[in-house]
Design a protein around this ligand. Structure first.
Ligand SMILES: C[S@@+](CC[C@H](N)C(=O)[O-])C[C@H]1O[C@@H](n2cnc3c(N)ncnc32)[C@H](O)[C@@H]1O
Length: 278
């Protein structure tokens, strides 16, 4: 482990109490953090991301375009009057966290983050220590009943009113039946709620994506399952897609604040969409 990583990991040899962290295997939360320029990652994570960028020169665009999509989608939902957010697979806190984006528009907005990676959870907990309107639950998003009944979830979210459910760049770590998991969340949402989703794909880069799956993610603690645009669109069943439908992250209502260095024809390899529950 390199010593340049976390402030709270310097608390002691038990990684600040996070003894369950597997330092030998790359983890997607920390790889994504590295891809976004963050410091909450280990050498094993960085090695895999560097390998991915050698396989795919377009690679650096993907996490940035995804993060930009997340920001725009949260701004969109807040603009529609949504003041409650359930963010599953929320990741390591970095610039433009959901509570910051939402609370800039509505200071009373409430956010429940969920992640199953111990460092992401601990870091989020520390960042939110003074924020009564945002919290993190350490759980597996494939356990909707647990998450929906969790005390912290119910402390902040009122499911009789619309909620924005965010599962951004996380469902591709669910290998079987993501639709069944989603149905359970959708059924718990009031009419007027939104589902914001993004998902990795190999549609336009099949060989590159296959190499990434085999060489980069097979060793990680969360192997990657990519899906076609049709399969990703089906995840929005029961929601009415808002314009422009399911498109690459960079094409979903792009704005002036977005990450700019783009090469013509580059694709983010991530489908994205926002749907409203009628
Ligand atoms: C690529 S990051 C995306 C972070 C954030 N949603 C974003 O788009 O900026 C994916 C996150 O999903 C989390 N994750 C993966 N599988 C999960 C699961 N089964 N339950 C909860 N979180 C999960 C990972 O730990 C990681 O933090």
């Amino acid at each position: 482990m390199q010593k340049d990583t976390f402030s709270f990991l310097d608390d002691g040899p038990d990684l600040g109490g996070l003894s369950q962290v597997d330092l030998e295997r790359p983890n997607v939360a920390r790889m994504y953090d590295y891809g976004l320029g963050g410091a909450h990652n280990f050498a094993v994570d960085r090695r895999q991301v560097d390998l991915m960028h050698r396989i795919n020169p377009e690679g650096p665009l993907c996490p940035r375009a995804n993060r930009d999509f997340l920001r725009r989608a949260v701004q969109f939902c807040a603009g529609q009057g949504i003041d409650q957010f359930l963010d599953l697979g929320s990741g390591l806190p970095t610039v433009g966290n959901v509570h910051e984006v939402a609370q800039e528009i509505n200071p009373d907005a409430r956010v429940v983050y969920v992640d199953n990676e111990a460092i992401a959870v601990e870091h989020t907990r520390r960042i939110l220590a003074d924020n009564d309107l945002a919290t993190i639950v350490h759980a597996d998003l494939r356990q909707p009943d647990t998450i929906l009944a969790e005390e912290e979830t119910l402390r902040l979210l009122d499911f009789s009113r619309p909620v924005a459910l965010l599962i951004v760049a996380a469902l591709h770590y669910v290998d079987t039946n993501p639709g069944i998991v989603l149905n359970r969340y959708r059924d718990a949402l009031a009419p007027g709620s939104y589902f914001v989703g993004s998902h990795l794909t190999g549609d336009d880069r099949p060989d590159i994506m296959r190499a990434i799956q085999e060489k980069v993610f097979s060793e990680s603690s969360t192997p990657l399952t990519v899906r076609t645009r049709e399969e990703v669109t089906a995840l929005f069943d029961g929601f009415e897609l808002v314009e422009p439908g399911v498109v690459y992250t960079s094409d979903w209502r792009p704005g002036p604040e977005d990450y700019q260095p783009r090469i013509a024809g580059e694709v983010t390899m991530t489908w994205a969409g926002v749907g409203r529950k009628p």
